[in-house]
Each structure stands twice: as structure tokens, then as C-alpha cells.
Design a protein around this ligand. Sequence first.
Ligand SMILES: [Zn+2]
Length: 196
Amino acid sequence: MKDINAQEYNELLSSEAPVVIDFHATWCGPCKVLSPILEELSSEVDGVEFVKLDVDQHPEIAGANGVMGVPTVVMLKDGELRPVIYCHCSQCLKTHGHFAAYTSAVKEQIEWQNQETLCWFDSSEKARRGFCGKCGASLFYELKGGAGLSITAGSIESPTGLHAAGHIYFENHSDYYEVLDQLPKFRENSSEDFPD
Ligand SMILES: [Zn+2]
């Protein structure tokens, strides 16, 4: 199984065939157990591409896939949405009036039907936020030039079929709420960062 870089990852995003990514780290013992099992599986399963990705080399790709620890195996399939991640960063708190819940899709796989009322706000040098210019609903977040588009989970009609994977930028959470679920909580947005 090949260890892929960011460019190869971006190419795989437009792959017709499903792609299985083994998110691993060099220091992770369980990763070394899992790797040969996936290796064997990859030779037995046709029509699926198996690759590896080092989370320390590419934390941004791990984050975009909701990877909160290693090893994590993610399957990319045309049209699938990422599990929901709750963001407690101060920008999200102010934009949403509370912490944010985002899923994410691969930009190249999105088919737009109408963007008439869609407005964008440059929230930083690196990112912008999409909202409805008519009703003000907060809809999207994206890193400029990134492969993914974050979509507010609440704006998707239920049943969404989604589940939540964890909390990021938890150190920024406000003092008026408590988070009592058992999901992983990250100080920032990194797969090595376990404050709990
Ligand atoms: Zn945020």
C-alpha cells in the first residue's frame, strides 16, 4: 500500500472507484498491526483502491476526514458526506451564535442547482464562510483552495444519515454551556492533540 502525499490525495478525490485510506502514524503501535491486514485485503478486493496516509505529515487531510485518532480507516465514496464535527472556535461561536456543526463534501463532487442568494464572507485570509443573502442562514465554510466544502449539518433535511465524530477548538468553548457527550475533544484541530 502506497503512502500518499497531498497531491496524490487530491487526485484520488476524483476517483470513480471507492478509495480506502489507512490514516496512520509512525509512532502508533496498533497501526503496525492493522497495516498488514489491510495490505492483504487490498490484494483480495477488486475495484477498490487502498492507500496509506501519515497524519503527522498531513494533519489538514486527517482533519478534513474527521480523523480524531490513529489508526483510522476511511472510505471515500462518490457523494459521501463526512461525519459531523462540532467546532467551538471563537469565529464559529460568533457566526452561529453557538458552536458549529459541520459535515463536509468534496468540492469536485458537488452539483450546484442554484446559487442565487449565496453570499461569501472572507472570514480570514485563509477561509471564507457562505451564507444565504436573503435569510442570513449560515451554510458553508471553506479553506480557500482546499478540496473540501464544510456544510452546516443543520441545514440538511433530516434524516441526514450522519453522526457526530468529535469536537474541535474545544479550548475556545464559551462558559455558558457544557458538553456532556463522550465524543473526543480536541484543543485545536489536530489528530495528536488529546487534552482529555
Ligand atoms: Zn470554527
